[in-house]
Design a protein around this ligand. Structure first.
Ligand code: TPP
Length: 703
């Protein structure tokens, strides 16, 4: 359904004023927002104190009205760089609003992020999810929050989530992004409580809206989309904007499903401070100026709500407050460079106590896990890695109602690798469920859910198919650092991959080095069933996001079968295992190569030490350095491509810290820089095997 209202500039009767809205506050916030924009544009940019300036002039009226209607404790907004008026409405202080762009200490990032990419961790009120600089990346975490609302309400029975909603803001260019479509699909198929608010100013920097969607109107183009309530109107008319927001928000709060509101707004400035707008004609700019919502608001309010003199007082008040806020922000100290590497991961404060983030994950709500043990209590029978993973998921689902497991085919089918077989039957389709086919949607949704206090476990069907989720994965890893520990999104992403009986370029990728380089991620790469249990449980109880790699060759491989080590078994991250002791050579390896290295060592017949790293991030440097210092020789074996593979990092650390203990050059054996081939003979020619590893072991020992 679409519709527009007849524009009016003055309230015709008192009911149009909407008693729920505090129009004086709305006027004040718009004036304050303009004051911020003015100060940045006329003073702080020319003085080069502010580098990134994205004025909200023209977008401000509608955003402040929207923010005024987000009054439920568990409402959340996903926003973007032009959303400052909304943030001011939800509680961003004027001083913090200045301190961010000024790169001062404190505030939403302690000088780490650009001032317009912010966040708001209100403990008892609507929050603003940590924003990202990538256009469109705000959408899928926002649907994650919306799904978490339904989970808290319906599964956990928390009635305080009733009538809560998520709102996500985006410009008209953002409707062309993958994130928008992924989120729209999730929201409409699951009928989630979310409002998509599209602020259509006609331009994405300089690109007109008709290059983003046919004829430039996303509301019109979505008219036949099922399960979506659509409204379209003018965001510069106070009565119209307020009525449309009321309507769509009521629809979403009433549980009738998602809504999309498109409002036309002018961008009364360049895209950012540097933009001269040469691509707009003078006539177009004049038309935009004539549709400035501020004079319209003034005409709307005077005399129905306030007198001219009262409005002038508000202007003065806003000016005084902005001036004072700027002075305080300028007086703030510079951020401390000594602390800049903090908060990549959860960590302890100066007093040794954990410094828990304000919002996100189980830790922020004080969740206490049952005791765990790093001593296995092995059962009599051995089990394969697949069953070990399934049992671990099952136990954690049973003891922790905040755990959810989802991905493509993980529901009734039980996953294409069968790791989730039977879990939906046991725990229901709210806790274990199939998703739409969008990896960005799977991971972005997990991020929003984690911020909402859940422990999402996302399965990506194969390692290679995490590619479409790269943006969400990278942004998830940096949330804690970017927000200076205000937010964190601890999630677990299960990634099956690696070669199997037959290989190919799509299903056999390992690519673990990505997670050594990515910021803020733990990366587990177990080689056997027992370690898989300990590491997966560690991930599920961790306050950091974790990639858990499930190697296809090992899922049912006989060598990897071990007794299930018990329901309390947890392994520490970053603790390698010496699988066999030796004197002549240290072999550093992980995953499916551990078995092959053990067999190769037997073939060589020398005393060879084998280290299974078990986790790639963090990794156990000390065990490697101690071993190499004893054996004085080192071979690193992995499956991922050799150039800049993780072996290169291991070799660099050994070269730096154990150089004088080496009797031979460090060597690496890995797949040459090509994908895994499909033909078996070709695959065996490139994946390190027992013979090629044995040959290289002898070479290093004899060097
Ligand atoms: C993924 C990504 N691609 C490109 C950019 C560069 N960029 C920043 S803003 C922008 C235009 C966005 O326009 P729109 O969504 O309409 O929002 P508006 O700025 O008009 O409010 C572009 C291309 C980016 N930040 N992220």
């Amino acid at each position: 359904m679409t519709g527009t209202l007849t524009p009016r500039t003055r309230p015709e009767n008192a009911s149009e004023l909407n008693p729920r809205l505090d129009w004086k506050r709305i006027a004040y916030l718009i004036l304050a927002s303009r004051g911020l924009d003015d100060a940045e544009e006329t003073k702080l940019m020319p003085e080069k104190k502010v580098v990134y300036q994205f004025s909200a002039r023209g977008h401000d009226l509608a955003q402040v009205i929207l923010g005024s209607l987000l009054d439920n404790q568990h409402d959340a907004a996903g926003a973007y760089y032009r959303s400052r008026p909304l943030l001011l409405t939800l509680g961003l202080t004027l001083e913090d609003a200045f301190a961010g762009p000024l790169r001062k200490s404190g505030g939403f990032s302690d000088g780490r992020d650009i001032g317009v990419v912010c966040n708001l961790p209100n403990r008892n009120g609507p929050i603003v999810l940590p924003m990202s600089g990538d256009v469109g990346s705000q959408y899928t975490p926002s649907v994650g929050w919306a799904q978490a609302i339904t989970y808290h309400r319906d599964v956990l029975g928390d009635r305080s989530y009733e009538r809560s909603i998520a709102v996500v803001l985006g410009g008209e260019a953002s409707v062309a992004t993958n994130g928008f479509w992924s989120a729209l699909t999730i929201a409409t198929t699951l009928q989630l409580p979310i409002l998509f608010y599209i602020e259509d100013n006609g331009y994405g920097i300089s690109v007109p809206g008709n290059l983003q969607t046919p004829l430039g109107n996303i509301a019109a183009n979505l008219a036949s989309f099922r399960n979506l309530y659509i409204r379209d109107g003018n965001g510069t008319e106070p009565a119209e904007a307020a009525q449309l927001f009321e309507e769509v928000i009521a629809h979403v709060r009433d549980g009738k499903g998602p809504a999309l509101l498109r409002l036309r707004v002018p961008r009364l400035c360049g895209h950012s401070g540097q933009d001269t707008q040469a691509y707009k004609s003078p006539e177009f700019i004049a038309k935009e100026e004539a549709s400035d919502p501020l004079p319209r608001l003034k005409r709307f309010l005077i005399p129905a709500v306030m007198s001219e003199a009262e409005f002038t007082d508000l202007e003065r008040q806003a000016e005084r407050d902005v001036t004072a806020a700027l002075e305080s922000a300028l007086a703030r100290p510079e951020p401390n460079p000594a602390r800049i590497t903090r908060y990549r991961f959860a960590e302890a404060g100066d007093d040794g106590k954990p410094e828990v983030q304000q919002v996100g994950g189980l830790a922020a709500s004080g969740y206490v896990f049952p005791p765990s043990s790093d001593r296995p209590e092995p059962e009599a029978q051995r089990t394969n890695m697949l069953t070990a993973i399934r049992r671990t998921l099952e136990h954690e689902l049973r003891i922790n109602p905040r755990v959810l497991v989802f991905g493509e085919d993980v529901g009734p089918k039980g996953g294409v690798h069968a790791a989730t077989m039977g879990l939906q039957d046991t725990f229901g389709d709210k806790r274990v469920f199939d998703t739409s086919l969008s990896e960005e949607g799977i991971v972005g949704r997990a991020v929003g859910m984690a911020i909402a206090g859940l422990m999402p476990v996302a399965e990506i069907q194969f390692r290679k198919y995490a590619d479409p989720a790269t943006e969400q994965l990278n942004n998830c890893g940096t949330i804690r650092w970017r927000t200076a520990n205000r937010f964190a999104a601890p999630i677990v992403v299960r990634l099956p991959g690696g070669f199997a009986k037959v290989g190919d370029p799509w299903h056999s990728v390992s690519g673990e080095v990505t997670w050594a380089h990515a910021i803020g991620w733990q990366m587990c790469f177990p080689s056997n069933a027992e370690d898989a249990v300990g590491l997966l449980r560690a991930a599920l109880r961790s306050n950091n996001p974790t990639i858990f790699f499930e190697h296809r060759h090992l899922l049912d491989g006989p060598w990897a079968r071990r007794p299930y080590p018990g329901d309390d078994y947890v392994l520490p991250m970053g603790k390698a295992k010496i699988t066999q002791k030796g004197e002549a050579l240290t072999v550093v390896t992980w995953g499916a190569m551990v078995e092959r290295c053990e067999l190769a060592a037997r073939k060589v017949g020398e005393s060879i030490e084998i280290i299974d790293l078990r986790t790639i991030s963090p990794w156990d440097r000390q065990t490697v350095l101690d071993s190499v210092s004893r054996t004085r020789r080192c071979l690193i074996v992995h499956e991922d491509g050799i150039t800049a593979g993780f072996g290169a990092e291991v070799a660099a650390v050994i070269a730096q810290h154990a150089f004088f203990n080496l009797d031979a050059p460090i060597q690496r054996l890995a797949i040459p820089d090509i994908p895994v081939p499909h033909n078996n003979g070709l695959m065996e020619a490139v994946v390190p095997g027992v013979d090629s590893i044995a040959e290289r072991m002898s070479e290093v020992i004899e060097a």
